[in-house]
Each structure stands twice: as structure tokens, then as C-alpha cells.
Design a protein around this ligand. Structure first.
Ligand code: DQA
Length: 146
């Protein structure tokens, strides 16, 4: 019943970074919100953020053994990282890819995700609510697996 929430590069700047696109909540606000939503669903959250590709991959590896599901916003690595995709493809648990913004309504390069083909579900454009939706999905999935 433990879920890993991974946020990638530049998401440490949430609240200050292009707030018109990414909103005013900080990363700390987002993590706190995830913890509260998770608690309501009977889940626990482990939260990780890094600006470094290899550190994110190490974080994903934790879920090989320690978590029932993963929520990941890979930030810019969504559009570039084969290595992160391979790490996610290795996981035996459901994975939800979340983007705060609607990546399909922005620059063309954001429409392609290396990650989407290997994850269970994708949520984009719902802002921080997307993390709540992902937790709700995982709560149902994890119950079903148990
Ligand atoms: C993002 C969208 C990406 O294209 C961008 O590089 C980000 C954030 C989002 O949450 O909307 O860093 O993943």
C-alpha cells in the first residue's frame, strides 16, 4: 500500500516556475497534498525529486521491491530519456505518468513521450489534481492485486 511519487527536473521550482503553465503550488505543497490524498485512500507516499537522470533511475529502481505502484512526472526527461523508460519498463507494478500541463497543447516536441508506451496510464493537463487522480487509480489497482 506504499506508492512512490517521483518528480523530475525543474519540478523543485514549482510555484516559481512559469506559474501560468504549472500553477502556484510549490513542490512541498504538492507532496503534502499527495500525502493527504493517499492517507484518505489508505496509501502511504514516498516522495523523490531530482534534476539528475541517473538519480531518478535509482529512485525508480526502489519500486522493484518496495512499492505497490509509481507516479512519475519525468519533466523534460519525458521527451528525451530512453534510460528512464527502460527503468520504468522493468517495474512489476502499475505506473502512472503525470504532467501538470497538457503536453499535447504546447510545443510539438512535448507531444512525444518515451515513457508513455511502457506505463499503465497517462494523465496530462489536470494540474496538481492529476496526482490525486493517479493515487485514486493506484488505490484501486493495488487493492485488486492484493
Ligand atoms: C511537464 C511537461 C514537460 O514537457 C516539461 O518539460 C516539464 C513539466 C508537466 O508537468 O507539465 O518539466 O512534465
Amino acid at each position: 500500500r506504499r506508492v512512490l511519487v517521483v518528480n523530475g527536473p525543474n519540478l523543485d521550482l514549482l510555484g516559481r516556475r512559469e506559474p501560468g503553465i504549472y500553477g502556484h503550488d510549490t513542490l512541498a505543497d504538492l507532496v503534502e497534498r499527495c500525502r493527504r490524498t493517499a492517507a484518505d485512500l489508505g496509501l502511504e507516499v514516498d516522495a523523490r525529486q531530482s534534476n539528475h537522470e541517473g538519480v531518478l533511475i535509482d529512485a525508480v529502481h526502489e519500486a522493484m521491491t518496495d512499492h505497490g505502484g509509481v507516479i512519475i512526472n519525468p519533466g523534460g526527461y519525458t521527451h528525451t530519456s530512453v534510460a528512464l523508460r527502460d527503468a520504468l519498463a522493468a517495474l512489476p507494478v502499475p505506473v502512472v505518468e503525470v504532467h501538470l500541463s497538457n503536453v499535447h497543447a504546447r510545443e510539438a516536441f512535448r507531444s512525444h513521450s518515451y515513457v508513455s508506451p511502457v506505463v499503465t496510464a497517462v494523465i496530462a493537463g489536470a494540474g496538481v489534481t492529476g496526482y490525486d487522480l493517479a493515487l485514486r487509480f493506484l488505490a484501486e489497482r493495488i487493492v485488486r492485486q492484493a
